[in-house]
Design a protein around this ligand. Structure first.
Ligand code: S3P
Length: 180
């Protein structure tokens, strides 16, 4: 991506950028590209949860349950929101906790990466460590979760279709941030 086509130098962040959206939508990939273009740090909330718990996401779900995972996720995201010079990739279900969603809406530029279910099915098939998909029909689970969560994701201040590839998404987000 050429720096000349990007507005990065016009972006002055007063708060971090948080990417929300379904599993497989590309939050981590796009988050890394965006952070690099902006010259700021990138963090992934799932990675931070694993570091602080000393266990994988799958093990936390299996041994302590989803509710315990959501508690940890909420605390970790609250901590990550403290670094304004960062891009945060959040777990797809973080928005299901009202207090986590409120904290993100207040404390970050909240951006929803969207795509249709076909893209999600194809991209999630590349990894097999997502507990909510294990042993289930991925299309059925992803469709049901997207239906249940859309009204939450919609609360983001910017919605960007990620099906068209990372470069387009990063440019759209940077142009939006440069206008803030
Ligand atoms: C989840 C998404 C995952 C991870 C956990 C639960 C969800 O993160 O937090 O498996 O509820 O959608 P990604 O969105 O990064 O895959």
């Amino acid at each position: 991506m050429s720096a000349k086509t990007l507005n990065s130098e016009h972006v002055i962040l007063k708060k971090p950028v948080a990417l929300i959206g379904m599993m497989g939508v590309g939050k981590t990939h796009i988050g890394r590209l965006l952070a690099k273009e902006l010259g700021i740090s990138f963090v992934d909330s799932d990675d931070e949860i694993v570091l602080s718990a000393g266990q994988s996401v799958a093990d936390i779900f299996e041994f302590y349950g989803e509710a315990a995972f959501r508690d940890l996720e909420s605390k970790v995201i609250e901590r990550l929101l403290g670094n304004k010079a960062s891009v945060i990739s959040t777990g797809g279900g973080s928005v299901t906790q009202p207090q986590t969603l409120e904290k993100m809406k207040l404390g970050a530029h909240l951006i929803w990466l969207t795509s249709d279910v076909d893209v999600l099915v194809e991209r999630t098939a590349r990894r097999d460590d997502r507990p909510l998909l294990k042993g289930r029909d991925p299309r059925a689970v992803l469709s049901a979760l997207l239906d249940a969560r859309s009204s939450l994701y919609e609360q983001a201040e910017l919605h960007v279709d990620s099906s068209r590839g990372g470069g387009h998404v990063v440019r759209t987000i940077i142009d939006y941030l440069a206008d803030q």
